[in-house]
Design a protein around this ligand. Sequence first.
Ligand SMILES: Cc1cc2nc3c(=O)[nH]c(=O)nc-3n(C[C@H](O)[C@H](O)[C@H](O)COP(=O)(O)OP(=O)(O)OC[C@H]3O[C@@H](n4cnc5c(N)ncnc54)[C@H](O)[C@@H]3O)c2cc1C
Length: 509
Amino acid sequence: MSQPQIRPTNATEWINRHDTFVHPIDNLFDLINGNTGSGFDDYNAMTEAIQDFLGKAIVENKTVRALGGGWSFTNVATADWILNTKMLNMVFPIRKTQSLSPEYAQAPEDLLFAQCGNSIQELNDWLKKNNRSLKTSGASNGQTIVGCFSTNTHGSAIDTGSVHDFIVGMHIITGPNDHIWLERRSYPVVSGTFIQIFKTRLVADDELFNAALVSFGSFGFIHGVMIETAPIYLLECYRKKIPLDNSFRHIMETLDFSNANFDPNGNERPFHFQAVIDQYNLAGGAYATIMYKRPYTENYQPPVDDLNKAGPGDDLAAVIGIITDIVPVLTHLIVSNLVKRSYALYEGDLGTSGEIFRNNNIRGKLLSTAIGIPLDRVLEVNELLIELNETEGPFSGIFSYRYVKGSAATLAFTRFNPTCILELDGAESSGTRNFYAAVWNELDARNIPYTFHWGKIHNLDEARTRKMYGANMDNWIEQRNKLLSPESMKIFNTRSLVDCGLDKILPIV
Ligand SMILES: Cc1cc2nc3c(=O)[nH]c(=O)nc-3n(C[C@H](O)[C@H](O)[C@H](O)COP(=O)(O)OP(=O)(O)OC[C@H]3O[C@@H](n4cnc5c(N)ncnc54)[C@H](O)[C@@H]3O)c2cc1C
């Protein structure tokens, strides 16, 4: 029998996963669940412990951030006091309809209530054992569920959306004196019984929910989330070289597959589509990663790990990471050869979503920027990149395009419907950073609308955030002020929030 602990590690600096920054901090705390034999009691005791902790932060005037997997390339998870949530990994399957609102249209097995620190890998493993699956994820699986959706992590499931789009309820600790269950009024999920078990208070509010979804740790401590899952399925995966002709370009800017003629599935609309263009070998065609959703059967062999090759679900970061540990300065020629060698082609490999999108071992000093653009500007952006590579490059990376359905979250960077996400993964260097800056400037100069992934490299300040989100920025600030007291807002007002002009505490009227 043990009680929950918030244990100081006395760390004085924090380094993110890819060593792209070091931040001085006052302390890092490990959160450890109690073990009384009752999961509900342990969860509720941790809620109380976190409330006490937030009270102390207010008294001592410290800023606070919960930390997920530490995978973000930006300083979204840094503060004076950082809370390591990775050991908060209880799951509570919903077994009874008494836990659900009578208006919830789906079945209990469609839902899983997960504590915030469950990694995507842990969830994938649990779900597979229970014949279920996440609806989508990023390419890799080392993020925690809350860390993952808080920055709008996405894959390329073209008609599905991003990770936060399948979150239907959040248990948020807003300060020392309150915690709430937040869901959409238009989409009721839980019953009074569920609310009582977790000793919380229901807030049903669409605007508040949409704002809290992509809020990078600044709407309080999200202790648990309700995930809507899918019946288990397989992905049939292909990675092909396809001529960069008018037919392929048409797909890239429309997602119209009616003349795709991809071997062997013809014009079937895929579940997942990604295009990768090597600007150093345009004549060699584009890499297309294409996946089809298939019914689950036990009669298949999942792909085998090969650390020198990118698996069918891996992104370019996995390829670049293979070499950055060994070769400190990457030239574009090294990268181009590496891509040829390691960005392997696949023909019909099968696996569950968790077996395809599974890499949590990406290494190296990597940089990544991800830019959301409307579909009809994709080819223009691709031409712009090829030109900039001549004048401002050479960029030691290549160009990747993933696609998702637009999102209702107030600050979703996947706000265009659909959104194409241009990703530029490269080795950490001033050359890579200079190329990013040149791309962002040129997008501005050509008046191409765009947004930034909140967890990847960007140059957001208040003016740029406003240009990208307009009235949604004000709405997000209003919703935050509706939820948090001024004292609570102050502890979550970290550097990254101030930089983007999102830290405003509005006068109480
Ligand atoms: C190798 C690699 C591959 C990647 N692949 C993809 C990809 O395919 N697609 C994509 O979109 N992105 C991708 N990313 C980016 C990554 O998914 C995001 O940066 C994501 O937010 C990281 O999740 P994390 O769990 O590491 O969270 P962290 O980076 O630790 O935190 C992210 C944010 O979540 C907040 N947070 C965490 N837990 C809580 C909590 N309990 N309550 C409140 N706030 C909380 C933090 O404060 C922070 O603001 C990748 C990054 C890496 C390094």
